[in-house]
Design a protein around this ligand. Structure first.
Ligand code: PA5
Length: 446
């Protein structure tokens, strides 16, 4: 298997028989998922996506990405939530968070429509000045406010700067195959479209066109990404907790939650992994946080955050556990040279690699934090490559579904996301929301 799960740092917190006692629930969750008998069973397209994906569309994604890489300086992916985080996470991890500063002979990749910040969008428009721009608007519903506003502005910018005909060749739409205003607009205007499958929810959609087009534009190998996910689809099916790291991870989380560990802190030692943790937070937060239940997903990058949140993890209230994603072989490494004057007293590290020091920081931290009362899970990923990342993505998606079913929730809906939208529309005066607006204004004291 491409990745492994180390549960030795649960010692003293969770006994083997406690995990074993969850086997029946894991098996039941597995059957609900694979027999499509659980809640949200119309959103299980992601389970077989690595083998069943639309091959014709996949080829079109690669062709569009190749064209964009030829004719574009600035590529903007517009989307929010599941229509944003996966692509950003994969590009940051496989390329670099500094990708836009280092890329040569290929487009810079920016993201828009994931906030309503006028400062952010205006800055992006400034960055487009004098550049060849292409846009990919991504929205399953086609009606989400944040990306809709950004698309309105950026499409207008493109039409004004290059004209309608050229803009048509530079706008790519990823949305529902038949429904929604975005699909209607794309058909009317003749924009190339890609599909968010009906049975794949936003946060499970990174391996569809939603993630794949921006990821391919950044020059990542999407064949290898799918190959890794396919391996995970094949390998992570054994119902036995001891044989299946994905199910063992789901069971361990649920066991820890039942022992009062309501916060899961995702830890990485690579800044390039930070957006992967953001993707994971959405996946788990939206899937499990409902019906008054769920673990709160949080994240840190160590050793950076050992100098801030590390204090709480070591010494604060015992509400959390850590899940460390350890990249065994970093993308790049360097050797620490001798300093003839040994000013910092660190000559004992001469000849060591930075990665060696980073790994010692991990070992020291995991032992200190367990001593301090914080259980740890460690997921080992051999290297930062497409295939292993595809595997890891599928691992987290499947563990999330199993964990959600064990919790007794529907892991594939997100009813809570609607509440702020209703209030915002009412306060903005959207037609049809008049009564709600009066009530909200009164609560705001107006
Ligand atoms: O996971 C989800 O379903 C959500 O986070 C959506 O992805 C997000 O709200 C964006 O929705 P849409 O793609 O319809 O614009």
């Amino acid at each position: 298997m491409a990745i492994s799960l180390d549960t030795r740092y649960l010692d003293g917190f969770v006994r083997d028989h406690e995990l074993g006692a969850l086997q029946a629930q894991v098996t039941a969750a597995h059957e609900m998922l694979h027999n499509k008998t659980g809640l949200g069973n119309d959103f299980l397209g992601w389970v077989t996506l690595p083998t069943d994906y639309d091959k014709e569309e996949f080829a079109r994604i690669k062709a569009a990405a190749a064209r964009i890489r030829e004719n574009t300086d600035v590529f903007i992916a517009i989307g929010i939530g599941g229509s944003y985080l996966g692509a950003r996470a994969v590009i940051d991890f496989l390329k670099s968070p500094q990708y836009n500063l280092t890329v040569k002979n290929a487009p810079q990749v920016f993201f828009a429509g994931n906030t309503i910040s006028p400062a952010a969008l205006t800055e992006l428009l400034d960055l487009c000045e004098g550049k060849r721009v292409s846009i990919n608007v991504i929205s399953k519903s086609g009606t989400t406010t944040e990306p809709a506003i950004a698309f309105r502005v950026l499409r207008d910018y493109l039409v004004k700067t290059v004209g309608e005909e050229e803009a048509r060749k530079r706008i790519f739409v990823t949305t529902d195959k038949a429904r929604g205003t975005l699909k209607g607009l794309a058909d009317r205007e003749g924009y190339e479209t890609f599909v968010v499958p009906d049975d794949v929810g936003g946060r499970f959609s990174v391996l569809t066109a939603v993630g794949l087009l921006p990821i391919a534009v950044a020059g990542c190998d999407i064949d290898a990404l799918m190959k890794g996910a396919r391996a995970a689809q094949d390998e992570l099916c054994d119902t036995a907790i001891e044989n299946n790291p994905c199910y063992r991870y789901a069971a361990a989380r649920q066991c820890l939650l039942r022992k009062g560990r309501a916060v899961e802190l995702m830890v990485s030692y690579e800044p390039a992994y930070a957006m992967m943790s953001e993707w994971w937070k959405q996946l788990y937060g939206e899937s499990e946080g409902k019906d008054g239940k769920g673990l709160f997903p949080a994240s840190v990058v160590f050793s950076t955050d050992l100098h801030s949140l590390g204090q709480f993890v070591q010494d604060g209230s015992n509400i959390l556990f850590e899940t460390v994603v350890m990249i065994d072989r970093p993308a790049r490494d360097m050797v620490i040279e001798e300093d003839p004057e040994n000013v910092d007293g660190l000559n004992f590290l001469t000849g060591s690699t930075m990665d060696y020091v980073n790994k010692k920081a991990f070992e020291g931290t995991v032992l200190a934090h367990t001593d301090g009362g914080t259980p740890n899970l460690v997921i080992h990923v051999p290297s930062a490559c497409e295939e292993e990342l595809g595997y890891l993505i599928y691992f987290f998606e499947k563990a999330c579904a199993i964990s959600g079913y064990m919790l007794g929730v529907n892991p594939f809906d997100q009813p809570g996301v609607e509440s702020y939208k209703k209030n915002m529309f009412a306060l903005l005066g959207k037609p049809g929301y008049e009564d709600a607006r009066a009530a909200l204004e009164a609560r705001l004291g107006r």
